[in-house]
Design a protein around this ligand. Structure first.
Ligand code: SF4
Length: 518
């Protein structure tokens, strides 16, 4: 599959660069906190929100358990409704289908509804290579496309841009792609939206072929659904003669009743609205109304591999609401580009490595580590994907993949084996604690005090620097817990007069005081 931005460095390097961009951090902090507040308000109105989440999880789990059956039912329903179904194993097959349809209609342009699936397969590049231009019509996608930029958020692809930057892009680029922006354009949202509307209108009216994704596909009726805010999607879905929808195979829902649950969960979780302004549904071809030729490309592109993993498959429940991005402390500071993939943030950190496979690409392998494992993503996920669980699972897979690929044990392997040997014997553990205590006394004099009063070491040299570069390394306790226990009879003896009876596990002074005073 594609879906990774070519040439992007691994997450730690990309994140470091992003953190230096203070404008980016301001834009992100403003945008994510606004959406977080809106989401919190509308979710708080729903008394049975947790039951809705459980229902969403149960529906998606049922889909995943019986995926082949529901997909075949969906194909039958779509065909009966006059649509043509195509199956695509990977990005190349899906792109070839769309290019072929556009060519058969003799067009050199298509209009597009915002779609993560088509970004994942890099459809625009495939169309461009065939001499067909793909016009993005979602406002944020238009900003990204005109700015020759990359999307950085699932829902708000241009979240990293502020109004002044958008105005500049419109003034500079719109004229090259069609109708120019008015020369007196300001950065007022209404003026920017009006300029985009004028620019896009001629494309909607001209295009013969439209390309979309789908948020959901109902198996019992063959109905596809697109949920959006601007109405640009509705224009694409209704005006052109031909409509091609690229749909990930996990988007299927068994019944219309299941769609009811999802349409309560999705808008509240994504835009923080009770209901989004435009929900378009269509079922094959309706004579005399809307596109008279409808194609649906059912896309695998690594999804069946994800399905085969009992822990990782929960990522396929994702309804792309982006709530996990908006609460993630890592995403809020680095932005989406640092993840180097079409799916950024917490969901990207578990979905991209699974779709691409781990063990071959350093950038992909870095993604499961792009998290503090705080768990905020799980708390907000409307379909209860336990993202931290999958992150830890994938970290183990990355380590295993590299262990298998290399005959030379890594520093981490050696360190873990040494720790295992030491900790499996009380005598060896005691000896190690005494050595650490001596080191702690010495290091305590050299360390520095971190906020909160803990004594920490600075950068550690050698291979251990990989650890200390991004974490505070505490000064080892001068006295181990077992030594303290023996000396004080478990805290009952008066000889424990150095720290008021606190054990050394409560190591607020890094062991210096006890070590010095003992
Ligand atoms: S993982 Fe959950 S919270 Fe994140 S985008 Fe998917 S559905 Fe939304």
């Amino acid at each position: 599959m594609s879906g990774t931005f070519l040439g992007t460095p691994a997450f730690p390097a990309a994140a470091r660069a992003a953190l230096e961009d203070s404008q980016l951090r301001r834009n992100l902090a403003h945008a994510t906190s606004t959406i977080r507040t809106k989401r919190g308000n509308v979710v708080g109105e729903v008394d049975d929100w947790e039951q809705l989440r459980l229902a969403g999880e149960a529906i998606k789990n049922r889909v995943l358990r019986h995926l082949p059956d529901y997909l075949e039912q969906l194909e039958r329903s779509l065909t009966a409704a006059g649509a043509t179904v195509h199956w695509a194993r990977d990005a190349a097959e899906a792109n070839a289908v769309v290019v072929d349809i556009a060519r058969r209609h003799g067009t050199d342009e298509v209009v597009k509804v915002k779609s993560m699936a088509t970004q994942e397969i890099d459809l625009n590049s495939a169309l461009e290579a065939a001499g067909i231009h793909a016009w993005e019509t979602d406002l944020a996608e238009l900003i990204v496309q005109l700015g020759d930029d990359l999307p950085s958020h699932i829902l708000v692809p241009a979240i990293h841009r502020n109004r002044a930057e958008i105005r500049e892009i419109f003034l500079r680029e719109m004229g090259r792609a069609g109708r120019a922006a008015p020369a007196d354009l300001t950065d007022e949202p209404a003026r920017l939206a009006a300029a985009a509307r004028e620019h896009l209108r001629e494309k909607f009216l001209r295009a013969k072929v439209a390309v979309s994704g789908a948020n959901f596909a109902v198996a019992e009726t063959g109905t596809l659904t697109v949920v959006e805010s601007e109405g640009n999607g509705r224009m694409c879905l209704t005006l052109p003669e031909v409509l091609v929808s690229v749909v990930g195979i996990e988007k299927v829902l068994p019944t219309f009743q299941d769609l009811d649950v999802m349409l309560q969960l999705l808008p509240r979780s994504s835009t923080g609205e009770r209901m989004n302004p435009y929900t378009s549904t269509w079922t094959g071809v309706t004579p005399g109304d809307g596109p008279q030729e409808v194609h649906v490309v059912l896309l695998d592109n690594g999804r069946t591999d994800v399905l085969a993993d009992p822990t990782g498959r929960q990522a396929l429940r994702c309804i792309r609401c982006s709530a996990c991005l908006n609460v993630c402390p890592v995403y809020e500071r680095t932005g989406g580009h640092a993840y180097g993939s079409v799916y950024p943030g917490p969901i990207g950190a578990i979905l991209t490595p699974q779709l691409r496979g781990v063990g071959t690409d350093p950038q992909t392998d870095s993604l499961p580590y792009a998290s503090s494992l705080c768990g905020a993503c799980f708390e907000v996920c409307p379909v209860r994907i336990d993202i931290p669980e999958v992150l830890v699972h994938l970290r183990a897979e990355v380590v295993d993949a590299h262990r298998k690929a290399s005959r030379v044990p890594s520093v981490q392997d050696v360190a873990m084996k040494a720790a295992s040997w030491t900790l499996s014997s009380a005598a060896r553990t005691g000896a190690a604690e005494r050595v650490a205590g001596i080191g702690g006394k010495l290091a305590g004099r050299l360390g520095r005090t971190a906020p909160g009063g803990r004594s920490i070491l600075g950068a550690v040299p050698g291979p251990a620097s990989a650890w200390s570069d991004s974490r505070d390394v505490p000064v080892p306790a001068a006295e181990s817990f077992r030594e303290w226990w023996t000396r004080t009879d478990g805290g009952r003896s008066r000889s424990d007069n150095t720290d008021g009876g606190r054990s050394r596990s409560d190591n607020t002074d890094g062991g210096r005081r006890n070590g010095d005073g003992a």
